[in-house]
Design a protein around this ligand. Structure first.
Ligand code: FSX
Ligand code: SF4
Ligand code: F3S
Length: 396
């Protein structure tokens, strides 16, 4: 055990040294901060104590030990040095709304307010050739240093011609390839940029796909429709501290944010375990805040930290508001998680409520075997499809 402790402590001390070197580099080589962060905190009524508390919470969220708290604070102070080029493709812009709107600013919101947006089509005052010039200048001036944020899916149909942007009518596909080629890191923000989201929903006539697939680059995938701003802030902080993408899961999502299922931290979970379910909207169970599984909650198959972070100034989240999770952080959720107000097994293994116990057993077994729940879901879907095909053959 002692050897293990020594190993862990050596590992983190080495990481801490790397982090200090990186922060020195950021302070030396990146532009001066656009804002005096401490002065801004003071002006917004955030005390030093609250800020320190935030560094503790963020350090834990990033899965780092407390020795990194001063580094997180230093990264926050340098947040506005990082140039960001923000591109919009096929989407509803809900991601920008989710990230930039808040009524009671906390530290995360203040950080986002200071972000050095060199180019953002929906927020910048410039338009047409003037906006194009801003983009070209930022790409040249900050080549190899800027973070490219992509919102929206990229249509590949007709060689990308379903989406043309800017005064020269460049396709989204060509613009995206050009901008990511000089970026230090690319973030796909929101389900659309990650996997295509709603624009890629079946039958997907424009052949929309996520940024990584369309542009052939590795991206940090901040999934969700819309995503949570803290997951975005944490990813940028990690980049400032280590100069790299955070460790990611097989779907490119930061592990610290998407490593657990919604179901694992849901406040209605004790009701799931006790077999207390809302049977239909507005019934006694709904009034008592029971589990929403039978009215379609996909929390058991969805990897995200929504119960922890919540939305709208951290006030609420889908399950708290009374509707089940629709699995918006999962691949192809618009098609794969439907129907939204029915449990999946009803469609998948044709069982209705009687199958809830079976699903419980399947999930428990899956957890024990270390298999991701969505893998089980896919298997159930496949089984269903096979049964359907068999039935069809019998009919024929
Ligand atoms: Fe998609 Fe974002 Fe959903 Fe909307 O940009 S993830 S439709 S919230 O806006 O891309
Ligand atoms: Fe919460 Fe949904 Fe899981 Fe029920 S099924 S405990 S509502 S996440
Ligand atoms: Fe999306 Fe489910 Fe969270 S619907 S916002 S992943 S609770």
């Amino acid at each position: 055990m002692d050897d293990y402790r020594k190993y862990v402590s050596k590992h983190y001390n080495r990481l801490l040294e790397q982090c200090k070197v990186r922060l020195d580099e950021v302070e030396r080589e990146y532009p001066e901060p656009r804002e005096d962060f401490q002065a801004l905190l003071k002006a917004r009524g955030i005390s030093r104590r609250s800020f320190l508390k935030w560094t503790g919470v963020m350090t834990t969220a990033l899965m780092l030990p407390p020795i990194f708290k001063p580094m997180v604070a230093r990264a926050a102070e340098n947040f506005s040095r990082i140039p960001v080029i923000w591109l919009h493709f096929a989407e509803c812009t809900g991601c920008s709304e989710a990230i930039l709107r808040s009524s009671y600013p906390n530290v995360d919101d203040i950080l986002l307010e200071t972000i050095s947006l060199e180019y953002h089509e929906t927020l910048m005052a410039a338009a047409g050739y003037q906006a194009e010039k801003c983009l070209e200048e930022a790409m040249e001036h900050f080549a190899g240093k800027y973070v490219c944020v992509i919102e929206g899916a990229i249509p590949r149909g007709l060689n990308g011609q379903y989406l043309r942007l800017g005064p020269k009518g460049e396709t989204g596909l060509a613009l995206g390839k050009r901008v990511v080629s000089k970026a230090a890191m690319t973030i796909s923000l929101g389900a659309c940029a990650v996997w295509g989201g709603i624009p890629a929903a079946s039958p997907n006539p424009t052949d929309c796909v996520g940024a990584s697939k369309a542009l052939g680059v590795s991206t940090v995938n901040i999934a969700g429709c819309p995503p949570n701003e803290v997951n975005f802030v944490g990813t940028l902080l990690h980049f400032i501290m280590f100069g790299s993408m955070p460790p990611r899961d097989g779907e490119g999502r930061p592990l610290w944010a998407y490593g657990k299922r919604v179901h694992d931290f849901c406040e209605r979970r004790p009701h799931y375990d006790a077999g207390e379910f809302v049977e239909e909207w507005g019934d006694e169970g709904a009034k008592k805040g029971w589990c929403l599984y039978k009215v379609g909650c996909k929390g058991p198959y969805t990897f995200a930290n929504c119960p922890h972070l919540r939305f709208n100034d951290h006030m609420s989240w889908p399950v708290m508001a009374g509707h089940g999770c629709i699995g918006c952080t999962e691949r192809g959720f618009w098609d794969t998680m439907a129907p939204y107000e029915k449990p999946i097994q009803e469609a998948a293994i044709g069982g209705g409520e009687r199958t809830i116990d079976n699903i419980g057993i399947i999930l428990t077994a899956a957890t024990a075997a270390g298999v991701a729940a969505h893998g089980v879901y896919t298997a159930i879907r496949k089984k269903d499809k096979n049964q359907e095909e068999q039935k069809q053959e019998e009919r024929e």
